[in-house]
Design a protein around this ligand. Structure first.
Ligand code: 5RP
Length: 225
């Protein structure tokens, strides 16, 4: 078992009968889906799940997890997902996988949001390793980019892997990957980005994570807010 599988297993072991569980997106979330499905199948763990993306929904169904549509959701006990960066105050950067609209909705709706990482995801400052993903309404991308420049940012439209087209999210949005001066802290940036018309969502997850599980050398460490 590698560290990613170990942290996923650690989280899956904490899921209890009767819970409604939000499933994140990405390689770590995939390990969690597998670990949870194993408990559902082998131990008869009774849960329902809601997925943050089409890929996670397909994976969960393939592994036999009962899936609820987000539209049916009236409560969410826990949301479990990975992250690209985690700051000391548990602010997260997410969205390399382009499904951050549903991810943030589920993170906010959950009674508890658990984040699964390895030590390489820890940073001192959000934006240290990756640009901030900013999902934009396609017809507004140019104006949003100007608004980002007005607050000191530099942004480029995210291209597909072959670099012959643009990434389009499951909501039909484009993604601007934006870099900002270090002097702009993540809380300020969060507020500024929330106020720009045309931005559908962005990758700064402030004050949402309740606990971060970090796997390293076979051990899992928990950090709570
Ligand atoms: C997707 C995300 C992922 O959780 C994040 O990119 C981490 O992915 P991985 O577990 O593959 O490292 O935010 O939008």
């Amino acid at each position: 078992m590698n560290d990613k599988e170990r942290v996923a297993q650690h989280a899956a072991n904490r899921i209890q009968n009767g819970m409604i569980v939000g499933l994140g997106t990405g390689s770590t979330a995939n390990c969690f889906i597998e670990a949870l499905a194993h408990r559902h199948r082998e131990e008869g763990l009774e849960i329902e799940a809601v997925a943050s993306s089409v890929v996670s929904s397909i994976k969960a169904r393939q592994h036999g997890l009962p899936i609820l549509a987000l539209e049916q959701l009236t409560r969410l006990d826990v949301y479990v997902d990975g992250a690209d960066e985690v700051a000391p105050d548990l602010t997260l950067l997410k969205g390399r996988g382009q499904d951050l609209v549903r991810e943030k909705i589920l993170a906010r709706a959950s009674a508890s949001f658990w984040v699964l990482i390895d030590p390489g995801k820890r940073v001192n400052r959000i934006g240290e390793k990756y640009p901030i993903p900013v999902e934009v309404v396609p017809f507004a991308w140019q104006l949003v980019r100007q608004s980002l420049e007005a607050i000191g940012g530099k942004a480029e439209l995210r291209q597909n892997a072959a670099k012959d087209g643009l990434i389009v999210t499951s909501h039909g949005s484009l993604v601007l990957d934006a870099v900002f001066p270090e002097s702009l802290d993540s809380a300020t940036l969060d507020t500024l980005l929330n106020g720009i018309p045309g931005i559908v969502e962005h990758g700064i997850f402030s004050q949402l994570a309740d606990v971060v599980f970090c796997a390293e050398n076979g051990q899992v460490e928990e950090k709570r807010k």
